[in-house]
Design a protein around this ligand. Structure first.
Ligand code: 13P
Length: 340
């Protein structure tokens, strides 16, 4: 393992005011989003959508790294240029989702365990050869009646740590993603408590598995009230609760925190990230960045609708959201940006 290379890559991914673009939806997830908009659920449609994304003019000014899916990292533009080459040419680092999904957890009704450790060492070696320099593994934690359980948190945290150790061995920066879901009627305070516990457990396992914290990134949820909770806190209250929770649980050696959007609208995700940077940026040990999928892609997908004629308008919508999030990293995002 070349430790310095891992550190350099991790730092590059959160340098300046850029962030990550998650475009690593598995085929079933991508198909589900296509189906909702009447877009054909075919390999060619998925390829065309990803070509639209990676050829978006100006994307590299806002995006430092793009997370791909196994199908996508092997695909090319219509003219035969591999996507990884297009991405690299835009100054963006290629990443790869390496978990094989969250499955029902035995003995734990309503809870999931993320799988994918078997054969991971070999897959990482292949992805490195293909140009990937960072990876992602997502664990999901639901809040509900009597959950999350200790068994679910521990098992997911250990899997994340074993994945992260294998990544670093392969020269790949692990993005460690424990996602506490927004679904449900829980309060912001309940989300804060669960998120804090999950992060403490994850960092304990990362330590046990000898993961070098300087050569990884954390991809957490923001601390939010459940989607159906009657009390929805303000943007500033969410920013305060999120940063308080992270300060308690994330070691200063971690270079950056890149949030997932988790189903928030693009505008709310930008506003909340902005508020965190406005209020705390100069006093935090780690960068606060983004690693959004839906909050960057969704408006563009709705414009595209699978039609060639809409490509340019969709690309404009995509780069607009990317620019809003770059502004949020600087603490310079405001609602007026949405009207330009
Ligand atoms: P969302 O931003 O849509 O939550 O996706 C981020 C991600 O990569 C989930 O694993």
């Amino acid at each position: 393992m070349n430790q310095q290379k891992l550190i350099d890559t991790a730092r590059m991914l959160v340098a300046g005011d850029k962030g990550l673009l998650a475009m690593d939806e598995s085929n079933p997830t991508c198909n589900k989003r296509f189906a909702a908009l009447g877009i054909p659920q075919t390999e060619e449609a998925r390829r065309a959508w990803r070509e639209l994304i990676v050829t978006t003019p100006g994307l590299g000014e806002c995006i430092s790294g793009a997370i791909l899916y196994d199908e996508t990292i092997r695909q090319q533009k219509k003219d035969g240029t591999p996507f990884v080459k297009v991405i690299t040419k835009s100054g963006i680092i290629s990443g790869i989702k390496v978990d094989s999904g969250a499955k029902d957890m035995a003995g734990h009704p309503g809870e999931k365990i993320t799988e994918g450790l078997d054969g991971l060492r070999d897959r990482l070696a292949e992805y490195f050869q293909m140009g990937a320099r960072f990876a992602k593994w997502r664990a999901v934690i639901a809040i509900g009646d009597g959950i999350p359980s200790r068994g679910c948190i521990e098992a997911n945290a250990q899997a994340l740590a074993r994945y992260a150790a294998l990544c670093q061995e392969a020269g790949i920066v692990p993005v460690v993603e424990p996602e506490v879901l927004m679904d449900g009627g829980h309060t912001l305070e309940q989300c804060r408590k669960v998120t804090e516990k999950v992060l403490h457990t994850v960092f304990s396992h990362l330590y046990t598995q000898r993961v070098m914290l300087e050569g990884m990134l954390l991809k957490p949820n923001m601390v939010l009230p459940g989607l159906s909770c009657p009390k929805q806190e303000t943007v500033d209250e969410v920013a305060d609760a999120t940063v308080r929770c992270l300060k308690r649980a994330v070691p200063a050696a971690v270079p950056g925190i890149a949030f997932l959007s988790g189903g928030q609208s693009g505008e709310l995700a930008s506003a909340r990230l902005n508020a965190m940077n406005v209020r705390f940026k100069s006093r935090l040990p780690w960068a606060l960045a983004f690693s959004f999928a839906r909050a960057v892609q969704q408006p563009a997908l709705e414009i595209w609708q699978g039609k060639e004629a809409n490509v340019s308008a969709a690309q404009q919508a995509l780069v607009h959201r990317a620019r809003c999030n770059r502004a949020a990293r600087r603490g310079e995002y405001n609602a007026a940006m949405e009207r330009t």
